[in-house]
Design a binder for this molecule. Sequence first.
Ligand SMILES: [Zn+2]
Length: 81
Amino acid sequence: MPRCLKCGNTKVLASSITSRLEETANPPTYGLLANFDRNGRILTMECQGSDLDEAQEAFENPALYLDTCPVCGSKHIQWQN
Ligand SMILES: [Zn+2]
């Protein structure tokens, strides 16, 4: 399962690659958020500006697209399996 090396979060990752809504001052927004189950499988995805094609790509290549921990903002994500 994916794991943030900074804060240990394994439940939710964000993508900084996909399109996103216009930047606001706060909080930081991501185009796409993915929620994971205990086994590291994607349970749900939340599009916040990304389109469905991007969401599909991210679902198929999560290690490529989901590169940011939305909890602490770190990009040090470790992928296993
Ligand atoms: Zn983190």
